[in-house]
Design a protein around this ligand. Structure first.
Ligand code: AMP
Length: 281
């Protein structure tokens, strides 16, 4: 596996590699969730590029940009084992050189859930869509791989690629979980043992909602009550717990074939998100 740090070197490495090219964008601190995306890219492409870049533009002031876990040597080892051919690990100035002044924004999907101005805000998604646009232009991949764990992000990125006619296939892969149900996340490293236990309430809440739906309780109030009861048992007050359409993230009053249940909560120092698709979505 080659490690490259500049756009020039990335382009040269991609140019001398076989197509199709699959890109897996990450912020590093790789875990099984990321590795499942890399393996998936490996199965479908002749060349796999993994980017590791903690993108300052998607963090709000006061969020965990400075303390975000960084261990490039470990990431490089894991990425290579999972099948990466090229690791792109640029310094911040390579992505945002002095004078950088452009952003890319998807409207309509980025003001709700995590994008609510009272939460991470639309600026978070503007940071994501801008850096992903840049990574697509730098790498020019045939396909790019993202996790269902960040469901809103995946919906926003599909819209980005469609609206701007980006010649890249967006592939979304299932959430990888710990054996006890906790969705894998680089931010799980922030959890104390007691917080780690409380964090299980998120996936339990999603399972309770799935069971309600399986039992035929499809009204939003019933589904959300089942989920909220699990959160309450663990004393978790969610930042949000909402049913939304997977098409356009509009609110859903009764579970249908395309319903997303999304939850976010702060547990100790970690802000965690999780979600499930309900009703056969
Ligand atoms: P991050 O490094 O957190 O920005 O995540 C990079 C990519 O990995 C994103 O597409 C995430 O959705 C995906 N990802 C993160 N956690 C998981 C997980 N537990 N299962 C599947 N994909 C994940």
């Amino acid at each position: 596996m080659r490690i490259v740090r500049t756009v020039t070197d990335l382009r040269a490495a991609v140019r001398s590699s076989e197509r199709p090219v699959g890109l897996v964008p990450t912020m590093g601190a790789l875990h099984e969730g990321h590795l499942s995306l890399i393996r998936s890219a490996r199965e479908q492409n002749a060349t796999v590029v993994v980017s590791v870049f903690v993108n300052p533009a998607q963090f709000r002031p006061g969020e965990d940009f400075d303390s975000y876990p960084r261990d490039e040597a470990r990431d490089a080892r894991l990425a290579e084992q999972a099948g990466a051919d090229i690791l792109f690990a640029p310094p911040v100035e390579e992505v945002y050189p002095p004078g950088f002044a452009t952003s890319v924004e998807v409207h309509g999907l980025t003001e709700v859930l995590c994008g609510d101005p009272a939460r991470r805000g639309p600026e978070h998604f503007r940071g994501v869509t801008t850096v992903v646009t840049k990574l697509f232009n730098m790498t020019q991949p045939d396909a790019a791989y993202f996790g269902q764990k960040d469901a809103q992000q995946a919906i926003v990125l599909r819209k980005l690629a469609r609206d701007l006619d980006m010649p890249v296939r967006i592939e979304v892969r299932p959430t990888v979980r710990e054996p006890d149900g906790l969705a894998m996340s680089s931010r799980n490293a922030y959890l104390s043992p007691a917080d780690r236990e409380r964090a299980l309430a998120l996936s339990r809440a999603l399972r309770a909602a799935e069971e309600a739906v399986a039992a035929g309780r499809l009204d939003a109030d019933d589904v959300l009550a089942a989920a909220r009861a699990e959160l309450a048992k663990a004393g978790v007050d969610p930042e949000y717990l909402e049913l939304r359409s997977t098409e356009d993230l509009s609110p859903v009053e009764r579970v249908n074939g395309s319903t997303l249940l999304a939850v976010a909560a702060c547990i100790g120092r970690a802000r965690l998100i999780d979600n499930t698709l309900l009703g056969g979505a």
